[in-house]
Design a protein around this ligand. Structure first.
Ligand code: PBG
Length: 331
């Protein structure tokens, strides 16, 4: 007896070829950005303990890794720098000869096709570990929004001068995209895109990154500038304001605990949407995979597919290179 409507949904799942044909979300190396850590010194490719598979690279070892990523079809890297010295004003962040500026020059010389994106923030460079300049407020130290804007703008300009293809402000200061846009335009870089870390939450998932970047705040936390994880509507306001200030690409960060925010943003805005699959999300998978508690590859692909399915056009992930390898081997 045939009943109608005919609900044989499994027809589309029987054959691998039909499953592939009807797949709604596909991952490709071309949608990934690979975050990397650059350090002073030479001959260095030092493992970052809480992020197995990630390294601190000195400039002379950077090219081989960037070259491999490029060969695998990854279009861009996002650079983070470890300065020689930290100080209250994060001087090396906007030094034209700073570690990041040198890294940009190195990559653009050796792997010119690779898009180089620079994170614009102060926390890797300040001795107090905060993302901006400290001032004395009524109730103790505060992060001075407008004093920080000036330094972020200066940072972005030196990165552009070094040859960066894009800048990505992540300090969560109000008005940072506008300040950077204006400074870039004044210096003649009106063609340089800005990827705004628009909805960046105050997340414990950044823990491993702070070990990697040695950027743990020395007092307090980042909750006076990064967003409350409980807020989704506020994320829409943050994205709206980044767009109004001139962001070309907007981002939600972290990704996995915020898939609802990615979904909302992708439905609401027509700007390209990036999602940052952050260090702690990576570490969890690596830790469980390393113990044999999960199938690491299957879980990684499932999670990254979820980020894409939620609506992210671009995925920043420490998994980028291994995923590109897996995709190449399976394709
Ligand atoms: C800088 C910055 C951070 C991350 C990216 N840019 C750290 C932070 O806000 O504490 C985190 C990235 C990650 O966890 O992978 N502000």
């Amino acid at each position: 007896m045939q009943s109608f409507p005919d609900l044989r949904l499994r027809r589309l799942r029987e054959q691998p070829s039909v499953r592939t044909l009807t797949r709604e979300t596909r991952l490709s190396a071309s949608q990934f950005i690979y975050p990397m850590f650059v350090t002073h010194g030479s001959g260095l490719r030092e493992p970052i303990e809480p992020m197995p598979g990630c390294y601190h690279f000195s400039l002379d070892r950077l090219t081989e890794e960037v070259g491999e990523a490029y060969e695998l079809g990854i279009p861009g890297v996002l650079l983070f720098g470890l300065p020689a010295e930290k100080d209250p004003f994060g001087l090396e962040g906007y030094d034209p000869e700073g570690i990041i500026q040198e890294a940009v020059r190195t990559i653009k010389r050796e792997v010119p096709g690779m898009m180089v994106i620079c994170d614009v923030c102060m926390c890797e460079y300040t001795d107090h570990g905060h993302c901006g300049v400290i001032e004395n407020g009524r109730n103790g130290p505060i992060i001075d929004n407008d004093a920080t804007l000036e330094l972020l703008a200066r940072t972005a300009v030196t990165q552009a001068q070094a040859g960066a293809d894009m800048v990505a402000p992540s300090a969560m200061m109000d008005g940072q995209v506008r300040a950077i846009r204006e400074a870039l335009n004044e210096e003649g870089y009106d063609d340089l895109p800005i990827m705004g870390y628009a909805a960046k939450y105050a997340s414990a998932f950044y823990g491993p990154f702070r070990v990697a970047a040695d950027s743990t705040p020395q007092f307090g936390d980042r909750r006076s500038y990064q967003m409350d994880p409980a807020n989704a509507r506020m994320a829409m306001r943050e994205i709206e304001s980044d767009i109004a200030e001139g962001a070309d690409i907007v981002m939600v960060k972290p990704a996995l605990a915020y898939l609802d925010v990615i979904r909302r943003a992708s439905e609401r805005f027509d700007h390209p949407l990036a999602a940052y699959n952050v260090s702690g999300e990576y570490s969890m998978v690596k830790a469980a995979g390393g113990h044999g508690w999960l199938d690491e590859k299957m879980v990684t692909m499932e999670l990254l597919t979820a980020i894409s399915r939620a609506g992210a056009d671009i995925i920043l992930s420490y998994h980028a290179k291994e995923v590109a390898q897996w995709l190449r081997n399976s394709g």
